[in-house]
Design a protein around this ligand. Structure first.
Ligand code: R2B
Length: 341
């Protein structure tokens, strides 16, 4: 049975509940790919204050996002500490915590983000987190959009253009509806500014299991169709309202929806697929474009915290302690000190 947006199962006390009775019966739950566990770590103490979970493909980008959001929300690290990758011993995903924000890398594709989501949703449950909001901030191909455009997904469809995540469970195909929170998507859109030198749009996202043939590219090691077939298909996508193509939104939408978690996907396009298969922009340009989805999500987080009186930008010097002013500069200073002899 599918749930509509409004039917997304939000719980009265806001606590994330699992739709799996087995977990409660377990003596401990090892979140293997996060290098955390309910028996080994005091998860409510470590993560109980989380409100926002931001995910993106690349570990380095999510480390940068952690530093960026720290500046944006004015979060201060206690003296003598720095950000650490909480999941470093898993060697699979990276996770940083900045006050109420978790910044996590999810790797590439549905299998990778799916494993992570199972464990992060359980992490929210074990930590007794209330009403978390999940964001995926990533890159994508655009359809008929200027590269660098920001696309906020209002729906995700699979390689057969269906809004479902289909998986084989016990040798049978099982479907989960892939629904994103449309209200959240519109709120994010309203936070874009007409002064920005790029567009931010709402659109449908085509989510595939492959970067090459699965995304109608003719430049892979193999190609099962012609250039004409490719253009026909991309134009068909465009006509049905598809704005972008990526590889994770379907699982992200389906699993957060099933868990009753509000979620959104915000990506910047890196190529217009009606014009090119290859990504031709320079590294510098790509890096600048990657900041665009982060800015929108940061505005949403700041607005929320500000409304709750939890934005600590004005709190410099509170408590009389020694606060780290700029973790990035602190790191540079430390590195310089290390190499000075
Ligand atoms: C966007 O970029 C990656 C492929 O290059 C993939 O993770 C995606 O969805």
């Amino acid at each position: 049975m599918s749930m509509s947006d409004e039917e997304r199962d939000e719980y009265p006390d806001g606590m994330v509940r699992l739709r799996n009775p087995n977990i409660e019966l377990m003596d401990q739950d090892i979140l293997y790919h996060l290098a955390l566990g309910s028996g080994s770590h005091d998860l409510p103490v470590m993560f109980g204050d989380v409100k926002f979970v931001c995910m993106g493909g690349i570990p380095k980008r999510m480390e940068q996002f952690a530093f960026y959001i720290m500046d944006e929300i004015g979060h201060k690290l206690p003296s003598g500490t720095t950000l650490v990758d909480i999941s470093q011993y898993s060697y699979r995903y990276s996770m940083y915590k900045v006050g109420p924000v978790l910044s996590i890398s999810h790797g590439m594709g549905i299998p990778s983000i799916g494993i992570l989501l199972h464990e992060v949703i359980k992490l929210m449950y074990h930590s007794k987190v209330r009403d978390p909001v999940f964001f995926r901030i990533g890159t994508c191909g655009g359809i008929g959009l200027e590269p660098g455009t920001v696309v906020i997904s209002d729906e995700a469809v699979d390689g057969l253009l269906r809004p479902v995540l289909e998986q084989a469970h016990l040798g049978k195909l099982v479907q989960k509806p892939a629904k994103l929170d449309k209200k959240l998507a519109r709120e994010l859109l309203s936070l874009s500014s007409p002064d920005e030198p790029y567009d931010t749009v709402l659109g449908k996202t085509f989510c595939t299991d492959d970067f090459y043939e699965g995304q109608a590219r003719i430049d892979g090691a193999f190609c099962s169709f012609s250039e004409t077939d490719k253009m026909e298909f991309l134009n068909k996508l465009s006509k049905m309202g598809v704005s972008n193509i990526e590889m994770e939104s379907l699982s992200f939408a389906a699993l957060t929806h099933q868990a009753g978690i509000k979620s959104a996907v915000v990506c910047n396009t890196i190529v217009d697929r009606l014009k090119s298969d290859q990504v031709l922009a320079s590294k510098e340009i790509l890096e600048e474009w990657q900041l665009r989805p982060q800015k929108i999500v940061a505005r949403y987080i700041k607005r929320y915290l500000s409304n709750k009186g939890r934005l600590s930008l004005e709190n410099h010097g509170h408590g009389g302690g020694f606060y780290v002013k700029s973790p990035r500069r602190m790191k540079l200073v430390q590195q310089e000190s290390e190499t000075y002899d």
